[in-house]
Design a protein around this ligand. Structure first.
Ligand code: RI2
Length: 313
């Protein structure tokens, strides 16, 4: 349990972060937990696995990739502990390798939408969005990227470091400079933490602001999202919960003491309505947001019973 709690803690504190990465980390932890689990009764084994799955799934509420990853491992079957364990290892490894391949494939598909000489704006730090920019650059397209800081956690610093390390011309801007620079931008590329059945995209706070500025400037807005970021339970009307994190990420306790009567708000994500999204690049193809339902139905493999029980959990 100690290692599982440690992984859960790292996801909560964002030491492990990024919607795809936390999903892979949760799948790997369930696999390792099952391997370590020293019980000799299958019902007890199943009970402990369920408990562990719950702890991991509840670490962060918004990225749908996380419960989707946990569910794909928890579909394991087995009448004995050995069978169950072997199936868990197989399913977790399958999820992890599919996820890594998906990010690569999104790069190949998304890069087709990038033209030589394009200036791309991006927000936060998304491995799927990076994959598109890196692939376009590797194909010899002369691109430059404008990346936002992405307050309060400054994940934009990770992005510019990655882009710069890859040899891509990169500028860093404050989040509030998005509209100021939009006139120089040919394409906006961002990642996603969740996509709902109606094609809305949930991503790092400020994404909808980029979308609004892009729409005003008639600039294409592309989302890079693996299929496991699509929310099956949104079909049943469930809303994706927007995580609100500690106010200390926005302003230190010492500083806050100077205006104690002020409530500091820190939502980590926002919703971009589908009207602002031109294309969602998944590993199974580049789709208009209106097709989100098809992805959930045809590629995630959830039956209606499974959706209902997920809503009840
Ligand atoms: P990839 C991140 O969330 C960002 O919002 C990013 O756009 C999204 O996950 C997708 O990232 P956080 O963990 O899966 O930084 O594409 O809160 O790497």
């Amino acid at each position: 349990m100690k290692q599982l709690e440690e992984t859960a803690g790292k996801i909560r504190s964002m030491e492990i972060r990024g919607a795809g990465r936390i999903a892979r980390a949760a799948a790997a932890e369930l696999r390792d937990y099952a391997t370590r689990l020293g019980v000799d009764d299958i019902s007890l084994f199943n009970e402990k696995m369920k408990h562990a799955a719950g702890i991991l799934a509840r670490t962060r509420p918004t990225a749908v990739s996380l419960p989707n990853a946990v569910r794909s491992v928890m579909r394991y079957k087995g009448d004995s502990i050995e069978e169950a364990r072997a199936d868990i290892v197989k399913l977790a490894n399958k999820f992890i390798s599919n996820s890594e391949n998906a990010v690569k494939r999104i790069g190949e598909i998304g890069a087709r939408r990038v033209r030589d000489g394009d200036t791309i704006m991006t927000h936060c730090n998304s491995s799927a969005a990076f994959s598109i920019m890196a692939e376009a650059h590797s194909q010899g397209k002369n691109i430059s990227v404008i990346a936002t800081e992405s307050r309060p956690r400054l994940q934009g610093h990770l992005t510019v470091k990655q882009l710069d390390g890859f040899g891509i011309k990169t500028s860093l801007i404050v989040d509030s400079a998005v509209r100021y620079f939009m006139k120089d931008v040919d394409l906006v590329v961002v990642g996603a933490d969740a996509v709902t059945a109606n094609g809305s995209v949930i991503n790092k706070i400020g994404t909808s602001q980029l979308a609004l500025a892009a729409s005003e400037a008639r600039t294409n807005f592309i989302v890079a999202a693996e299929t496991y970021k699509f929310s099956p339970t949104s079909i049943l009307g469930e809303l994706v919960e927007i995580e609100e994190r500690d106010s200390g990420e926005v302003v230190s306790t010492v500083k806050h003491a100077e205006f104690p009567g002020v409530k500091v708000r820190n939502p980590a994500f926002d919703v971009t309505p589908r009207e602002y999204v031109d294309l969602i690049c998944t590993e199974v193809g580049a789709i208009p947001p209106e097709m989100a339902y098809i992805i959930i139905k045809d590629f995630l493999g959830w039956g209606i019973e499974e959706m209902n029980s997920a809503v009840r959990e």
